[in-house]
Design a binder for this molecule. Structure first.
Ligand SMILES: *Cc1c(COP(=O)(O)O)cnc(C)c1O
Length: 367
């Protein structure tokens, strides 16, 4: 299928990324964060490899059940939930939930008595490309109070957790989360069994080195010292980003106010949501244009009539000077947070289709 735009996804790269994650974190239960790429083949592959799943909605629950994830391997990671969400989870056999408010603890006590509860701590998410800015998590004092409340209302105060923010490039961010968890344990007197390290493990995008999984693992290990709770992590991006190439086409090239604008048939609403604020700058490739071809700076824009549908204005994006309508532009490392973010039909443009394929070797081994 040659529809444009499309996401070409290589399942063997997902498998390699999963094996690599297991190698770097041999003592951690990996719970794939479904929202990064919920394609049924990805879920089935990871389920088959024994991965757990971190889910956030009834839709993701159903997708996991269809893919064959065992309910005991599921954790409901979203601290914002309806009573009907909890009922559906309990009916399916899910018994691990993340929480970060008294109201949600009480909801769980009503709808999921006896369930294992993990309290989410707020961590300083500086260093993340997409910080949460206070949307989730509580300080250690409040986490301690929530653990005690959970115990008192008949839940299991099972764990503490945090999420250092997606595309987190500072390993010490996980250390700060662990330090907060240690403090919450000390304050509450509850010896939690589980520590959830969240997601955030970065993948390579534009310029700039990102820490390896082994560097992050070493930082986490050093911070844990002799504290050995059951460890869970919720990688999303790290398992699927490298497996995807988003293939698009040039629609228009023109000059505006002295800058060269390139309009593609893909934009913010067909899967490139993470270009918002230019937080993720993808590596681009133009097949058919030799690497040595002369290049110049562009403003890169999407095809819709929305003023926000501009991918990069400030980032230094250089494309071949002879780029023309019909030419292909590829976004590398685009397997995460693209197809799942595409709108259902803004301006009549369909959601981004996924094509399962085998990518040629150079695309699979970003250096
Ligand atoms: C989105 C999310 C993740 C995955 O984050 P990545 O940066 O893709 O690894 C993990 N945990 C929670 C709670 C999330 O919301």
């Amino acid at each position: 299928m040659n529809a444009s735009p499309r996401l070409e996804l290589d399942l063997s790269v997902v498998q390699t990324s999963y094996v690599t994650f297991r190698d770097a974190f041999p003592h951690v239960e990996p719970a794939y964060a479904i929202k990064a790429n919920p394609h049924p083949d990805v879920l089935a592959l990871l389920a088959g490899l024994g991965a757990s799943a971190d889910l956030a909605s009834v839709g993701e629950l159903d997708a996991c059940l269809l893919a064959g994830v065992e309910p005991r391997r599921m954790t409901w990671g979203n601290p914002v939930k309806k009573a009907s969400d909890v009922r559906a989870a309990v009916a399916a056999g899910v018994s691990r939930f993340t929480t970060d408010s008294a109201a949600d603890v009480d909801l769980l006590a009503r709808e999921a008595p006896g369930a294992a509860v993990t309290v989410r701590l707020a961590v300083d998410d500086d260093g993340s490309a997409t910080p949460f800015a206070g949307k989730f998590g509580v300080p250690p004092e409040e986490a301690a109070a929530l653990l005690c409340r959970a115990r008192d209302v008949g839940l299991r105060p099972h764990g503490l957790g945090f999420h250092p923010g997606s595309q987190q490039t500072d390993p010490s961010s996980w250390c700060r989360g662990i330090a907060s968890a240690r403090r919450a344990v000390a304050l509450s007197g509850v010896a939690v069994e589980e520590l959830n390290l969240g997601g955030g493990f970065p993948t390579r995008h534009g310029a700039g080195r990102v820490p390896t999984l082994w560097e992050i693992a070493a930082a986490i290990d050093a911070e844990l010292g002799d504290w050995r709770p059951h460890l869970v992590a919720e990688p999303g991006r790290a398992l699927v980003a490298d497996a995807g190439v988003l293939v698009a086409e040039v629609v228009l090239v023109t000059e505006r106010a002295g800058r060269r604008w390139v309009y593609l048939d893909v934009g913010r609403y067909q899967g490139l949501a993470e270009t918002e604020g230019e937080m993720i700058v993808y590596r681009l490739r133009c097949p058919g244009h030799p690497d040595a071809a002369p290049r110049g700076p562009v403003v890169l824009a999407g095809p819709t009539c929305d003023g926000d549908d501009v991918l990069y204005r400030r980032a230094d994006v250089q494309l071949p000077l002879d780029l023309a309508p019909g030419d292909v532009v590829e976004f590398l490392g685009a397997g995460a947070y693209t197809s799942s973010y595409a709108s259902v039909g803004f301006n009549g443009l369909p959601p981004l289709p996924t094509v399962i394929t085998t990518l040629p070797t150079p695309e699979r081994t970003p250096d």
